[in-house]
Ligand binder design. Structure first.
Ligand SMILES: [Zn+2]
Length: 270
């Protein structure tokens, strides 16, 4: 992936230098506008990346938006805001680990809120699931959706309870599908040109896994979440079971919320 790209009129992407197993090529930072610029997801607080954002902005940076407050998306906000005096928009971090508590929005966004500039209009779409405070942003002129970690290119995202919520995640995917956007600009990886197909694939993949979880609970009543892992993730190596257990928990909590599975003394029954 190129470290810098012009994606459409007035829309540029800079990849933060934080590649890893969880972030792919790195976090995508998006710049919108020529004379007055909005920045989406400055990424981690890496000084060279923040300088690069300022350098690549053709106009003054007036707004900084965060899709959510995981450590690879929002910690750069504070530095960028201090350097530019920009307004900060988003939803503060919820309780829990792996949350950026330094994120301090000057304008707290809710579903449907709009940032209107002379050059473009961005609409906030609340998409809880990967994170309870997750927002996507729809660029109205392009009809593109900036999806943060809600939809990423080339892999599935982690749903880690309790802040991660599988039921909300699937509902939020359906909500984005219904927007009928022309493209998705994700927080990691390349622009996704066929949003409906990409979103359908994710929903199908998640529901297939859910069916596997339910079948495992039915076949093996009275197991804990940990004990269920090898029955569901038959394709996963044992050293990844801890991660798989978080995912399995997300699925089974959805089944519980749907009234299909229930808990007895820390074990599961259909
Ligand atoms: Zn995230």
């Amino acid at each position: 992936m190129p470290p810098f790209a012009e994606l459409a009129a007035g829309v540029r992407r800079i990849v933060a230098p934080n590649p890893s197993m969880m972030t792919g090529p790195g976090t995508n930072t998006y710049l919108m506008g020529e004379t007055a610029v909005a920045v989406v997801d400055p990424g981690p607080a890496i000084p060279e990346h923040i300088e690069n954002i300022i350098e690549k902005s053709t106009g003054s940076i007036n707004w900084i938006l965060a899709t959510h407050t995981h450590p690879d998306h929002s910690p750069g906000v504070r530095q960028l805001a201090a350097a530019t005096g920009a307004e900060v928009l988003g939803i503060p971090a919820p309780e829990g680990a792996q949350q950026d508590k330094t994120f301090a929005p000057t304008r707290i966004l809710a579903d449907g809120d709009v940032l209107e500039t002379d050059e473009f209009r961005l609409e906030a779409v609340h998409t809880p699931g990967h994170a309870s405070n997750h927002l996507c942003f729809r660029h109205a002129e392009l009809n593109w959706l900036f999806t943060g970690d809600h939809v990423i290119d080339g892999s599935t995202v982690v749903i880690n309870p309790p802040d991660g919520n599988m039921k909300h995640y699937i509902e939020s995917l359906r909500k984005c599908r219904d927007l009928d956007c022309a493209a998705l600009a994700p927080g990691h990886g390349e622009v996704i040109e066929d949003p409906v197909r990409a979103i359908d694939w994710i929903i199908d993949h998640r529901l297939e896994r859910e069916a596997k979880v339910l079948a495992a609970v039915e076949a093996n009543p009275g197991l804990t979440t940990r004990e269920l892992v090898p029955h569901v993730y038959t394709d996963v190596a044992p050293h990844l079971y801890r991660l798989a257990e978080r995912s399995l928990l997300a699925h089974i909590l959805k089944l519980e919320a749907d009234g299909v599975a229930h808990r007895v003394n820390g074990t599961w029954r259909a």
